[in-house]
Design a protein around this ligand. Sequence first.
Ligand SMILES: Cc1cc2nc3c(=O)[nH]c(=O)nc-3n(C[C@H](O)[C@H](O)[C@H](O)COP(=O)(O)OP(=O)(O)OC[C@H]3O[C@@H](n4cnc5c(N)ncnc54)[C@H](O)[C@@H]3O)c2cc1C
Length: 326
Amino acid sequence: MTTAHAPSAEPRHQLIILGSGAAGCTAAIYAARAGLSPLMIRGNQPGGQLTITTDVENYPGFADVIQGPWLMEQMEAQAKHCGTEIIADHIVAADLQAKTLTGMGGQVYGFKALIIATGASAKWLGLEGEKTYNGRGVSACATCDGAFYRNRDVAVVGGGNTALEETLYLANIAKSVTLIHRRDAFRGEKVLQTRVLNHPKVKVIYNHTIAEILGDPDPIKGGVTGLRLQSTLDASMQELTTHGLFVAIGHQPNTGIFKGQLDTDETGYIVCPKGTVQVTHGGQPLGGILAAGDVADPLYRQAVTAAGLGCMAALDVNRWLETQAH
Ligand SMILES: Cc1cc2nc3c(=O)[nH]c(=O)nc-3n(C[C@H](O)[C@H](O)[C@H](O)COP(=O)(O)OP(=O)(O)OC[C@H]3O[C@@H](n4cnc5c(N)ncnc54)[C@H](O)[C@@H]3O)c2cc1C
C-alpha cells in the first residue's frame, strides 16, 4: 500500500535501531539475541559521543581506565557478533506514520518497529581551544570527567541549571571552581543558585565571556593552563589560571527529523511516560516506536544509563512485535 507520506520501502525491516552509541548498540545486542534481525543505522557519529572522549573510568566491568572509542568498538563488535546488520548511513527525514526513514542518498528504509537512539550533542562555545584541548582540559561532562581534576582548579561556563549542577558536582572534587557567566544573574533554579553562591570552594565571575582557552597544545604532556576572559560591560580582558574548563551551556537532543511527530519537551528531548521507553504523540503510544539513551534523558546522560535504556527498548519492542504476530 502506498501512503501520502513517503514512497513505500521494501523490504520492510522488522526492527530498525537508529544510532550506534551505547543505547543503540545495547538495543542491538538484546534484539539480535532475541532473533529480531535488527538493522542498526550508524549515523554520522559511529559509536556516538564516547568516541570523542579519551579516558572512561566509570563504565562497569573494567578496573583499569579504558578509552571511549575502544569501548564503542567493542559494543559494535558485540552487536554484529550477535547478528545485527549494521549500515553506514545518516537519516535525513523520518515519517513515523508511514514508518519510513530516508537516508543521505535518498534510500528509504521501511520498518515495523523502530528504536530511536540518536543521542544528544553538547553545545559548545565555538572556540578553537575547545577542539585543541578536548579531553585534555576541556570537557562538557562533569560527571564523566570531574574525577580527573581532583584537588585541581577548574572553571565552568554557563548560567542555567546544567552549569549550576556541574559546579556543585565539581566542588566536591576539585580544589576550586570558578563559574563564569556572561550575564549578571543566573537563569537556573533559585535553590541551586543559593547552594552555589554559599559554597566555600566556588567563586563566581559575572558579566564575562571566554575569549580564548590558554594552554600547551603538546598532545602528550600539554593541556589547559588558563582562560582569557572578556568583560561584557567594558570589553576589558583578564586571565584566569585553571587546569580544566567545563562547558555547561546545554545539550541539543538529535530529534530534528521527528519534529511534530512525537512528544518532546521544549528543548527537543523525547518525553516518554514515566519509567518507560515508549514514544508517544499527543500522549498516545506510537505502536512499536521506542526511544533509548540520551535522546530521551535530559537528566543522567551517561553511557551506562543509555545502555540500560537500550536494553529496555529492545525487550519492549520484542513484546510488541509478538503481539503483532497473532
Ligand atoms: C566528552 C564526553 C565524555 C563523556 N564521558 C563519559 C564517561 O566517562 N562515562 C559515561 O558514562 N558517559 C560519558 N559521556 C556521556 C556518554 O557518552 C553518553 O551518555 C552516551 O554516549 C549516550 O549514548 P546514546 O547511545 O544515547 O547516544 P550517543 O552516544 O549520542 O549516540 C547517538 C548515535 O545516534 C546517531 N545518530 C544521530 N542522529 C542520527 C540520524 N539522523 N541518523 C542516523 N543516526 C543518527 C549518531 O551517529 C550516534 O551513533 C561522555 C560524553 C561526552 C560528550
